[in-house]
Design a protein around this ligand. Sequence first.
Ligand SMILES: [Zn+2]
Length: 113
Amino acid sequence: MTDSHTTPHLSTVQLQALRQDLEEQLEQRTRQLSSLRVQEQDGSGADGTWQELIVSITTAERAIAELSQAFARLTNGEYGRCANCERAIPFERLKVRPLARTCIDCQRRREAA
Ligand SMILES: [Zn+2]
């Protein structure tokens, strides 16, 4: 069973495109987070915007954590495989949602639950 450590349904070119997309997202999120951190340190802004700022920071941090996990999966060959049923996630889905961890069937089942 060497199959579980490869992503045979994704070509090198496809994986490269996905990795690049993830890298761009990570860069964008990291930049966003550091600018939010500056605002946080300024302490400026009314109460309402402060709340929004905290939410934005949390969202950015979570996105960065998810992106890091995606990179780890790319490295160990788990990327592109459903975390639930272990079926291959088609490139078409990953292209739209590079962070998708489950196949469409499992996603729908989870949303319906
Ligand atoms: Zn699945």
